[in-house]
Every structure is written in C-alpha cells, then in structure tokens.
Write a protein that binds this ligand. Structure first.
Ligand SMILES: [Zn+2]
Length: 162
C-alpha cells in the first residue's frame, strides 16, 4: 500500500486501504451510518465486516467533522464526505489495514499543519494554479494526485465509485 508522509509519520490514504480491504476480503462489507447530524456537526460510524458469513466479527470506526472547521478547506463543502472517509479509515485501521498516525485522520493532521501556514508555493498539477496545503493533502489522500479543489471536482465521479 502507498503511504504518504505527514510531518515525519507515515499515513495510508483511506482509498488505498479500501482497495486493500477488497483485495484481502472479497466477501467483506463496509457500511457507514450517520450517528448524529445537526447544525453543521456530523458524527458518523463505519462498520467493516471482513466476511459477511461471519457477521459477528466486525470493526467500527467513528469520526466527527464540522462544516465551519477553519482548519479544513474541504469541510466547507464536503464535511459529510470527509467524515465518512475518516470513519471508514479508522475502522479499517482497527482491522489492521493501513497506518494511522496515532489514530488521527489525515485531515486532523493536515489541519494542525495548516495552522503553521504551509500554503506557500503550492501549485495544482492540473491547472497550475495556487492551492493550499489542505487541498493538496486531501487530493493526495483521496485521488493520489495533487489537484486544487476546483480540479478535484472533475475527479469526484471516480471517487464515488468506491
Ligand atoms: Zn487546479
């Protein structure tokens, strides 16, 4: 599995983990559920079952996001999707798929880094326009390319196939 290095720690993007999961567990299942959602704050749970014939063995992961999170560029438009991805990433982490950085999602880690203003000199691979560190990391973890938010939109359809 590919990993990305965030502040000296390896992290496996969630889409990589999902691919690995389906490879390892052809009879597996990933489901997600909204636990609560009000006033721009969402809590989601993901359930990962390696073998649907053994329903009792499953792993859960929880995540929360809020739309107004200033540390996150993506949350303004995609906090629900972001939350779902984080929950799935954590559940897969409990199954032993992928590396979590002390159980912080990449979004949380990049949020912290964002505060240290790492936004300078970053350009989108596609349109060559400027982009923020958060956009870059989000793009890398979700699409394995470094696109700005606008260019990421063009890739969205591909991502929804998961
Ligand atoms: Zn772009």
């Amino acid at each position: 599995m590919k990993t990305i290095n965030i502040k000296g720690k390896e992290y496996t993007p969630v889409n990589e983990r999902i691919l690995e999961f389906h490879k390892l567990y052809p009879k597996g299942r990933i489901t997600t559920k909204i636990i609560s959602h009000a006033e721009g704050i969402i809590v989601m749970m993901a359930e990962v079952t390696p073998d649907i014939e053994n329903e009792k063995r499953y792993f859960t992961g929880y995540a929360n996001e809020y739309q107004a999170d200033k540390r996150s560029m993506v949350n303004a438009t995609s906090y629900i999707e972001n939350c779902e991805t984080s929950a799935v990433g954590r559940a897969l982490g409990l199954l032993g798929i992928g590396i979590e950085t002390a159980f912080a999602s990449s979004n949380e880690v990049t949020g912290a880094q964002n505060r240290e203003k790492l936004n300078k000199d970053l350009t989108c691979e596609k349109c060559k326009g400027p982009m923020t560190y958060a956009e870059k990391e989000y793009s890398k973890s979700h699409y394995l390319v470094e696109y700005c938010r606008k260019c990421q939109e063009t890739l969205k359809k591909k991502d929804e196939a998961f």
